[in-house]
Design a binder for this molecule. Sequence first.
Ligand code: B12
Length: 481
Amino acid sequence: MLYAEPKHTPTIRFINPVSPLSTITMPRVIQQMTFSRKALFLPLNLAICAAAVPRGWQVEIVDECATGARHRPRGDVDLVGIGAMTTQAARAYELADAYRCLGVKVVLGGIHPSAMPDEALAHCDAVAMGDAETTLPHMLSDFQAGRLGGRYNWRDYPTRPIATPRKDLLDPRDYLVFNPIQTTRGCPHNCSFCTTPAVFGRKFRLREVPDIVEEIREAKERYRSWCFIFADDDFGGDHRWALELCHALEPLKVKWASQCDILISRSEKLLSAMRRSGCIGLILGLESPRQAALAEARKTYADASRYVEQIGLIRSYGINVLGSFILGFDTDDWRDCMATCRFAQKARLCMSCYPILTPYPGTPLFDQYRRQGRLLTTDWQRYNGASVVFEPARMTTGELRHAQLAAFTEFYTPRSALNRLGVWPLLWRSWLANLLSHRGLTYYYGKKGRQVPQFRDFLDRESRAWRYLREEQTRSPSGRR
Ligand code: B12
C-alpha cells in the first residue's frame, strides 16, 4: 500500500521587536493608567504583512511590545519576518541573527530596512523595501523555489492595493489602540526630516473606500469598536478623495481622529463633511511657528503667520487640534523652543508634542548631518525623538533636551490647560488627556527625585534642575558638549 507524504504547511512567524527607549513600549505608569493595556498600538505593519501572505501558509504574529518578555527564537517555523522602525532596528537584528543561527531563513522589512537595505542584509536572507503587499508574495514564492535572497524593492513590481490587516491574529485586550486603520499611504510633501517621502517616494496612494468601510463595519461588530485612528501620514493629501470617504463614513456613526497637514483648513466643505462623519481630532505637523525653521525643514507649503487663524477655523468645526512641533532646527535656540511652547498655548491647542529633531536614515537631513560631521551616534535606539543624536547649531545637546522637557511640562500644567481648554463647553476628553499627561510627568519626576524642568531654569544655571542636567550630560553618550 502506498502512503502519500502528509503535505507540509509552511509557517511564517512575524515579529514586532521591542524598543525600550521608545513610546511603542509603554512605560509601566501608562500601563497602570490605561487599564493594564500592554502596548500602545497594534503592529499594523505585521497585521498587513499577514494579510499579504498567500493561501497555503500558516501565519503567526509575535509582538514583543505586548508580551512584555523578550521572544526566545525557536527553530519551529520555516520563515521569520521582522519589521522595524529605526528605534527597533537593533533588536530586529539581534532576533534575525539568532534565528539564522538556528538555520531559519529571515526576511526584514519596514521603514528602517527600507532606508538601510545593505545594513539590514548583513543580518537576514532578504530585505523587503516598501509595501509588503507588493514584495512579500514574491519573497514567499522565491523561498518555496529555494531562491530567496537579496533586495525586493516594491518599485520593481506593479503596485498592489492597501490590504485589510489580519487583526484576528492579535488580542484586542493587549492594545490601547487596537483599531488603527490606514486609509492612505505616502505623503505629497517633501519635508527634509521625514522618512515617508524619502523611503516611499512622494506618490500618494489611496485605499479603496469600500475596503475601509468594510474594515470599520467588521471592527464595530467583532470588537465593539466605536473610535478609530486613521494611521495615515496625511489624511487630507487628496481633498476630493477625503470628501468621498467622509460621505461613506457618515452612516457608520463612528468617531475618528487622524493626522494631516494644515492645508486641510483650505476646504470648509471638507471640514464640515469630516465633522459630520465623526472626526473628533486631528494631529497637525506644525513643526514650528517660525517661518525660518519651516524653510529649513523644506515645509514650503506652510505659512506660520496664518497658523493661529487656520487652527481656529478647524476648531470652529468642533475638531480638536493636537499640534506636533519639532525642537532643534539650526535656527532654534532655547528661547525659540520656549516661543514654540508659548505659541501652542496661545493657539489653544488641546494637546501638543515636542519631539527633538531627528535625522532618520534615508532622509535629506541625515545626509546633510553626516556630510557636516554632526551625527553624534548611530545607535538607532536613540533615534526616538527624546534623545539628541546630532550636534545642534545654537544649543548644547543638554540645553536642547532640557528645552524639550520644559516645553512638555509647561504645556501640560493645569493652569495652561485651563487657559487653553476653558471650563465650558466641557471638553472632557481633552481635559482627561491633559490631566493624565500632567500627572504622568509629575509622577515621573517625583519618582526620580528630580525637579520639574522649566524654561526659567535657563536663566539660573545654579538651579537644582541645571545641576542635574550637567551630571546627566557627563553620563549620556550624546551629551558631548
Ligand atoms: C501610528 C504611528 C505611530 C504610533 C505607533 C506605531 C506602531 N507601529 O507601534 C505611535 C504614535 C506610538 C508612534 C510613535 C512614534 N513614531 Co510613528 N508613526 C506612525 C504612523 C503614522 C503609522 C504607522 C503605521 O502603522 N503604518 C502603517 C504600516 C502598514 O506601514 P509600514 O510600517 O510602513 O509597513 C509597511 C511596509 O513598511 C512593509 N513592512 C513593514 N514591516 C515589515 C516587515 C516585513 C517582514 C515585511 C516583508 C514588510 C514590512 O509592509 C507594510 C505594509 O505595506 C507612521 C507613518 C507611516 N507612514 O507609517 C509614523 C512613523 C512610523 N513614526 C515615526 C516616528 C519618528 C515615531 C516616533 C519616534 C515619533 C517621536 N518622535 O516620538 C515615535 C516612536 C516610535 C518608535 N518606534 O520608537 C516615523 C518613523 C521614522 C523611522 N525611520 O523610524 C514615521 C514613518 C513617521 C514619519 N513620517 O517620519 N508612531
